[in-house]
Design a protein around this ligand. Structure first.
Ligand SMILES: O=c1ccn([C@@H]2O[C@@H]3COP(=O)(O)O[C@H]3[C@H]2O)c(=O)[nH]1
Ligand SMILES: [Zn+2]
Ligand SMILES: [Zn+2]
Length: 249
């Protein structure tokens, strides 16, 4: 499994694109979140929306779904096919009613299903997204009363979908679920109200920090290079072989 971040920036970052990723398995590409900057970021890497097998969504903040209107319109009017949208079952209605309907709907009968092959995913069970890639949605805390999901891929790779610091969850993922690689959102400055902050992540034991790669950071990230304990920053646009990340580099 290879992962290439389209961006590693926080919602307000300007030096980095939104924290969205391309996961590639056997030549098939899954887009993981599609924020405001995703259409341009894909283009800069030489991809079009038509090169994607599916998109998977963590939650409905704009840095994670703000590019879906263009994705839907391009697939309908430029490429003439419906893309697969994997999304938590609890987010299907909010995504349409609260985010996409205003731009996409052109007659009253149109719904999300007219633009996407919607695959609602219950949390807590494994789903095959493409051959060789499975996911379990893990509900994580981000904004009170707004559903949000982190992703456990192939049983060993945990990708946070914007979450507050939760040391107990990270510990149980490693000791009970056998997680070997963790990509975690990281707010560089305290307090981490809706994200994990770097000072909080630095309290984790070495055996956890060794597995953690930091993403979703602010524009002052260069000032923090060398100040992340045993954790490492993930770079945007660089492609990583996930199985080879643990305890290497
Ligand atoms: O209660 C709140 C809600 C939101 N925010 C900011 O808005 C951003 C929305 O995208 P994000 O989830 O990547 O990051 C969030 C924060 O930067 C906040 O500081 N406190
Ligand atoms: Zn975000
Ligand atoms: Zn968010």
């Amino acid at each position: 499994m290879r992962i290439q971040m389209l961006g590693t920036g926080s919602a307000f970052a300007k030096a980095f694109n939104n924290n969205n990723a391309l996961i590639t398995v056997d030549g098939r590409r899954l887009l993981l979140d599609c924020g405001i900057t995703a259409p341009r970021a894909l283009h800069e890497l030489g991809y079009s929306f038509n090169d994607l097998h599916a998109v998977l969504i963590t939650h409905i903040h704009a840095d994670h779904i703000g590019g879906l209107e263009e994705f839907a319109f391009q697939m309908k009017f430029v490429y003439g096919r419906k893309p697969i949208l994997y999304i938590a079952d609890t987010l299907v209605a909010p995504l349409w009613e609260h985010s996409l309907k205003g731009g996409l709907q052109q007659d009253e009968a149109e719904t999300l299903h007219d633009f996407f092959e919607v695959r609602p995913l219950p949390a807590g069970v494994s789903h095959e997204l493409l051959p060789g890639l499975s996911v379990e949605l893990v509900p994580t805390r981000h904004i009170p009363n707004k559903p949000n999901y982190s992703m456990l891929f192939n049983g060993f790779f945990f990708y946070s979908g914007d979450t507050v610091f939760d040391a107990d969850l990270l510990q149980s993922l490693v000791s009970e679920r056998g997680v070997r690689v963790i990509f975690h959102d990281c707010q560089l400055h305290s307090p981490g109200v809706v994200h994990a902050s770097l000072p909080q992540l630095l309290t984790l034991p070495d055996e956890l920090q060794d597995r953690i790669y930091l993403m979703h950071y602010g524009d002052d990230q260069p000032e923090f290079i060398g100040r992340t304990g045993r954790m490492k920053f993930i770079s945007q646009q660089k492609e990583y072989e996930v199985e080879r990340l643990t305890f290497s580099e």
